[in-house]
Write a protein that binds this ligand. Structure first.
Ligand SMILES: Cc1cc2nc3c(=O)[nH]c(=O)nc-3n(C[C@H](O)[C@H](O)[C@H](O)COP(=O)(O)OP(=O)(O)OC[C@H]3O[C@@H](n4cnc5c(N)ncnc54)[C@H](O)[C@@H]3O)c2cc1C
Length: 467
């Protein structure tokens, strides 16, 4: 097995013997070696500047573009590297581990936007957004709505209408990674002639027509990812910037946006956990206590911390890679073009929820443990561990949050998938009848009158039924 290098020196963290190399192709291992080299030369140093100065990691993203990574999953005939879900996991993890977690998160959102487009590729979209990727063009996903918080699939502050042969699109987003810096934004709005919140459409909007406020971004970690608020202020866009048919939004979420985001972001959390373990190895094997003649790494307590962190994190990595492999199998290594209505990745969505929950939980726990292993020295900024710790904490709170995910899984297991009711459409008779028991006769009568009046108003608005 080749030795992992850091410039001209052997790498100071965990070697390749702790990486699941049997999962990767030779080409993927070469791509990883290239990335580690880029991280050593430039990405990691830029991570510190991004963190200190709230700086968008443009140079890091340009470097990724120069080496083809901005088109990683794009077919080779359109200028991409033609890679699959496993490669994507490896790239996100590697950038976060050895380089810069903010860059890794911008990269996740970029590939998310690219793949939302590639779910429904057209010549116009490919020529405008996909072929120029390696010149450093950055895309992102703008979904989260200020009115619905982490329920990012519920875009209340948005809309689209047909206009001049194209569309007029409006959207308010509370968070958008690379907001104000990206060249194109994939946004989701309610559809023209909207029939309900499951009737969503996907558009690509150019960077020069969105309004953003990057100066409002200041956060605990991922400080370079610039996830500020954004507005698409009712702008006219050409018809060919609708992605897929009108109303394709829910399928686009299940088949593309969520699977790619969950694989990529889980890999970032795993990369941060590994990066923290690497730093803990470097520090604890070098620091000595002269009185007892031992290094910190010689204490069994520290060995236990590191052993448990490695095992838990590798379980999370292999979980992500296994789900990525399932998606590779069902998409012919990401080469299959699916027709609207055809699903492949979506069949594993409930697995993708689980990998994100586990990776975000694991990293939040083990960055704390690596801090404990390194002691007060780890608390100081020069060791970089504290940046990994702050970056890690984004995992739990980024949508879909871990509270939402564990409820999705528990509810789906106990009550069935249909009980998830993303768009608040299913009437919970059990809950209503239970509440009604608490009312006396007068209360029931008052409610009945209110409901009758509402029913009359609603019936007047509904289209008349035939016959
Ligand atoms: C670093 C970072 C980058 C981001 N980048 C992007 C981006 O590029 N694009 C994008 O669209 N969004 C992005 N987001 C937004 C993210 O996806 C969430 O929408 C956002 O974090 C939600 O924050 P909030 O304060 O609105 O949380 P809230 O929704 O107000 O949540 C508050 C609490 O309530 C809990 N909660 C919410 N709903 C439920 C429920 N149904 N059941 C149980 N508990 C619930 C939450 O888990 C949390 O504990 C980013 C967020 C972060 C932190």
């Amino acid at each position: 097995m080749a030795e992992k290098m850091w410039g001209s020196e052997p790498f100071w963290g965990l070697g390749y013997e702790w990486d699941p190399d049997w999962v990767y192709t030779d080409r993927q291992k070469e791509l990883r070696a290239t990335l580690i080299e880029l991280c050593e030369k430039e990405l990691r140093a830029n991570a510190k500047r991004s963190d200190d100065e709230l700086l968008f990691p443009r140079r890091n993203l340009e470097l990724l573009g120069e080496h083809g990574f901005l088109g990683l999953t794009v077919p080779e005939e359109y200028g991409g590297l033609g890679e699959n879900h496993v490669a994507y996991s490896m790239v996100c993890e590697t950038i976060a581990r050895y380089g810069c977690a903010s860059t890794a998160m911008c990269y996740v959102m970029h590939i998310g936007a690219v793949n939302a487009i590639m779910l429904r590729p057209t010549d116009a979209l490919i020529d405008k957004y996909i072929r120029p990727l390696n010149s450093g063009k950055i895309g992102t996903l703008s979904y989260s709505d200020p009115e619905t918080g982490s329920h990012f699939w519920y875009p209340v502050s948005s809309g689209a209408e047909r206009s001049n042969g194209g569309y007029k699109v409006r959207k308010k987003a509370s968070w958008t990674t690379s907001g104000g810096f990206a060249d194109f934004y994939v946004v989701q709005t309610t559809s023209p002639n909207f029939t309900g919140y499951d009737d969503l459409s996907v558009f690509v909007v150019d960077g020069d027509v969105v309004e953003s406020q990057p100066s409002l971004w200041d956060a605990l970690g991922l400080r370079g990812n610039q996830s500020g608020p954004l507005e698409v202020p009712n702008v006219e866009i050409p018809a060919d910037q609708l992605v897929g048919p009108e109303g394709d939004g829910a399928t686009s979420n299940d088949e593309s946006v969520d699977p790619w985001f969950l694989i990529g972001s889980s890999s970032v959390w795993n990369g941060i956990a590994l990066g923290a373990i690497d730093i803990a190895k470097r520090h604890t094997t070098r620091k000595r206590h002269v009185d007892v003649g031992m290094r910190v790494a010689d204490y069994p307590t520290i060995q236990d911390y590191v052993g448990e962190a490695v095992m838990d994190t590798n379980a999370c990595r292999l979980f992500v890679l296994s789900v990525a492999q399932a998606m590779d199998q069902d998409t012919d290594n990401n080469r299959r073009v699916l027709k609207p209505g055809e699903l492949a990745r979506a069949n594993y969505l409930h697995w993708a929820w689980q990998i994100k929950f586990e990776a975000a939980k694991n990293v939040a726990h083990h960055v704390d443990k690596m801090l404990h292993a390194c002691g007060g020295s780890g608390y100081k900024r020069d060791m970089e561990l504290e940046r990994y710790l702050r970056d890690a904490k984004a995992g739990w709170v980024m949508g879909p949050t871990n509270e939402v995910l564990r409820q999705f899984v528990g509810k789906a297991v106990l009550l069935g998938f249909e009980s998830l009711d993303y768009w608040n459409q299913t009437y919970n008779r059990r809950a209503v009848e239970n509440e009604l028991k608490k009312l006396d006769a007068a209360g029931k009568r008052e409610l009945a009158e209110q409901l009758l009046q509402e029913a009359d108003e609603q019936a007047a608005k509904e289209p008349a039924k035939a016959g």
